[in-house]
Design a protein around this ligand. Sequence first.
Ligand code: TMO
Length: 326
Amino acid sequence: MRNMLLGGIFIMIVVISAEISQADPPPAKRSQETIIIALNNWSSQIVLSRILGHLYAQMGYRVSYQTISLSEQWGALARGIVHIQVEVWEGTMAQMFFRMIQEGGIVDAGSYPVKTREDWWYPAYVERLCPGLPNWEALKRCASLFAVPETSPRGRYLAGPWEKPDEARIRSLGLNFQAVQVQESSQLWVELDKAVQNQAPIVLFNWAPNGLDTVYEGKFVEFPDYEPECETDPTWGVNPNHVNDCGNPTNGWLKKAAWSGMDTKWPGSLHVLENLSLDNTMFSRLTAMVVVDKRSHEQAALKWILENRELWENWIPTDFKKGSPP
Ligand code: TMO
């Protein structure tokens, strides 16, 4: 009797669950493992990572974030310890990116429709103080103008917290400058703001698109045009004995990268990453939400998700569109 009762209940459960799955077909098999998105230390990268995280959550995937440096991220991506880098900038990351792709650990998840630039930059009024800018040779004549106690008599070039061959370039081009690296990208904007208030000379690392271009007018220094040989062939360029006697690319690309095993483990995830696409204006707006309007990265991401549903809904494969809204 008891067995019959249990059997009856069992059959009922089977019937009910069969009915449920008929009304609402089961979603594609979803891994319960967590997709880990690499976070670096500039605003658009962090906001975009969180936007992508919301899209994966919509698809029913678990997501977490891992703060990691540019130098450490490549090994982590290749081993599947982190799975995604949403912003690979040509000026900063091209060499490692292509090396890792060749070794097979990561895949190229496509480019954003943007042109990027990362280089020495100054606010517009500096041109009056150092005539001849944006040509780099003007910096030879006015180096001492940019001196601070820490670097005097040499000029200070305020560098971002990323490994870059600035000292090599300074030497190759015979500039009387010293690179001083900040610990956090936000310090760049603090120093820029201070200089602008005082109309003081400053030259610092900056990049485009970057939401600050809506606040500060300025220009990149025009160094000798970039060519790959500049980084490998000492005889190339104005200095016949040293490499790095050129600027960064002026029409750089911006790509996305993923661990090569990602799409097998989380079906559809690579497709969404490939579809993730913003243009220069959208990038600038995204950054401005944080650096100008002082929103948190997560607030900016949520605002973007709410305002751009028509756009991102098309990035998600149809069989994943059953998730609940963010
Ligand atoms: C990689 N970055 C945008 C900070 O130059």
